[in-house]
Structure formats: structure tokens, C-alpha cells
Design a protein around this ligand. Structure first.
Ligand code: HH2
Length: 282
């Protein structure tokens, strides 16, 4: 059995060594790539959070700005307006809550309400974000790799060695946070599937995941419904459930400890079976 790996967050110390955790996606947006408009009314979003709880979700990840390729930017005020009522309700449900944002101002407001984790597809590169998280002292952090921003990122999918370059980027982000005094046990890393990467590059990253694990922090991985799964299977975005579950199992089998998914019930079941089969018997 490997050493216990704890992800420290504001209210919860999450044990990632016992079993992989499932982070359920709640997009409070009109335009997300697979579920835009489904939960952009606060009451529906809160109902959806409660439904995910019934499906044994481990972490709720609330996002109020789409990051799909070409997505328009929204202001911090608009993002917060969408997020706040859902975040307030989610924080009373007894599970860790993360906010998926890249804006320091939105992070500040979420941290003031007591959010457990900041999940940032820009890896805390907005001005003041690192200092904010360093000053907070306990919120969990997910640092994801991407280049550019969602409006331009797919033009920047040019790498000599995508795995080495993603690894170097994440190492630099870890170094920068260490320089700010952020403890590593608050941090997970994410290769950023679909962000400034082609299907071939995404697949290479998954195949060589061990090279990212060598950074020494747990990996949080988001394959759910992404276009690379469509490229592999020929399936449209609303037909990628089986592919998404297979991707979640594969990434966990290769060492990832948190999977970020839309389809919580199916993923939880699949991971329970996988876990039962791989757990060493007495
Ligand atoms: N993917 C998306 C958004 N946030 N965060 C992390 N850590 N990892 C990911 O892979 C990731 C993420 C994109 O998916 P989704 O939230 O469903 O879509 P949209 O950005 O269009 O709302």
C-alpha cells in the first residue's frame, strides 16, 4: 500500500490514497460545451448539486464561465452573479466545494464565502491570484495546464514534446507557488485535456501520465465528454458516456486520483467495481 496522500482543502482533508475521488461538474453557464443552459438557473443548479450528492459525488465543482474553445469571456461581476447563490447553497451540503475560475476577484469572493478548493484552468496566473491563495492559507488548489485563453488556445497546440512541455509548465507553477509559501499538500495538478492540445497530444499525455506523476503531486483529470473521445469513437458530445467512463478508469488505472466528470453515477459505479478488483485481498 502506498503512503497516504492527503489533499488539504479549507474544510476537509481529502484522503486520495484509499480510493480515487469523483469531482462532479456543475456548470452554471448558458454555453458550456456539453451541458450549457441545463443548470444556469440557480434553483436548477442547486437541485443538480443535490442529485449529485445522491449519486455519491465526492467534490462539487461549480463553474460560471465556459472554457470551451472560442468561448466568450464574461466579467467578474457576471461570473459572480451566476455563481453566488449556487455556491452559498452548495457550501451547506456537507461535501467539499470547488469553484472553477481563473479570475482573482471571483476567487477572493468565493474564498470569503468559505469555498474549499480553487480549480483554475489558468493555474493561478491572473494578477494577484498566487498571493491571494498564499494569504488564505488553507484552500485546496488545482493547477491546470493550458496555453493562451479559450478564445485562442487551439491555435497554440504546437509542441516539440507535449508531455515534457506540460510537465515543465506544471513544475514552474509549483515552484512559483512554493516561492509564495503555499504548501504542496494543498495542490493537485491537471494536464488540461482539450486545452491548447490536439487529439494526438491529449492521447500522448494520457499514455505518458507517469511522467506527470513524477512531479510528486496527485493528478486531477478531466476527460469527461471531451472532443478527443469523440475523435476516438466517432460519437457526438451527448453520446460519450461510455467513452468518458472508460477514460476515467484508464486514467485512474494509470495513477490519477481525482476525476472531474459530468456523469457522476456511472463513474462512481465503474470506479467501485475497479476498486473492488484491484484492492489487494487479505
Ligand atoms: N475542463 C473544463 C473546465 N474546467 N478544470 C479542470 N481542472 N480540468 C479540466 O479538464 C477542465 C476544467 C471544460 O469542461 P466543462 O466544464 O464541462 O465545459 P465548459 O468549460 O464549456 O463549461
Amino acid at each position: 500500500m502506498s503512503a497516504r496522500q492527503i489533499w488539504k482543502t479549507t474544510r476537509f482533508d481529502l484522503d486520495l490514497s484509499e480510493r480515487p475521488l469523483v469531482m462532479g461538474i456543475v456548470n452554471v453557464t448558458p454555453d458550456s460545451f456539453s451541458d450549457g443552459g441545463l443548470h444556469d438557473d440557480p434553483a436548477r443548479a442547486i437541485d443538480f448539486c443535490e442529485r449529485l450528492l445522491g449519486e455519491d459525488v465526492d467534490i462539487l465543482d461549480l463553474g460560471a464561465e465556459s472554457t470551451r474553445p472560442g468561448a466568450p469571456k464574461v466579467s467578474a461581476d457576471e461570473e459572480w452573479h451566476r455563481l453566488e447563490p449556487v455556491l452559498r447553497a452548495a457550501l451547506s451540503l456537507g461535501v467539499p466545494v470547488s469553484v472553477d475560475t481563473s479570475k482573482t476577484e471571483v476567487m477572493r469572493r468565493a474564498l470569503d464565502l468559505g469555498v474549499d478548493i480553487i480549480n483554475d484552468v489558468m493555474a493561478l496566473r491572473d494578477e494577484g491570484a498566487e498571493a491571494l491563495l498564499a494569504g488564505h492559507g488553507s484552500a485546496g488548489i488545482c493547477l491546470m495546464h493550458m496555453r493562451g485563453d479559450p478564445t485562442t488556445m487551439q491555435q497554440q497546440a504546437l509542441y516539440t514534446d507535449v508531455v515534457a512541455e506540460v510537465r515543465d509548465f506544471l513544475q514552474q507553477r509549483l515552484d512559483s507557488l512554493a516561492a509564495h509559501g503555499v504548501a504542496f499538500d494543498r495542490i493537485t495538478l491537471d494536464p488540461g485535456y482539450g486545452f491548447a492540445k490536439t487529439a494526438e497530444q491529449n492521447i500522448a499525455l494520457q499514455q505518458r501520465q507517469a511522467e506527470l506523476l513524477s512531479l510528486g503531486r496527485p493528478l486531477l483529470v478531466g476527460w469527461s465528454r471531451k472532443s478527443t473521445l469523440g475523435a476516438i469513437t466517432g460519437r457526438a458530445v451527448d453520446e460519450r458516456l461510455s467513452a468518458s467512463v472508460a477514460a476515467a478508469l484508464a486514467t485512474v488505472a494509470q495513477g490519477a486520483r481525482v476525476v472531474r466528470v459530468h456523469d457522476v453515477a456511472a463513474t462512481v459505479d465503474a470506479l467501485k467495481v475497479w476498486q473492488a478488483f484491484v484492492r489487494p485481498t487479505a
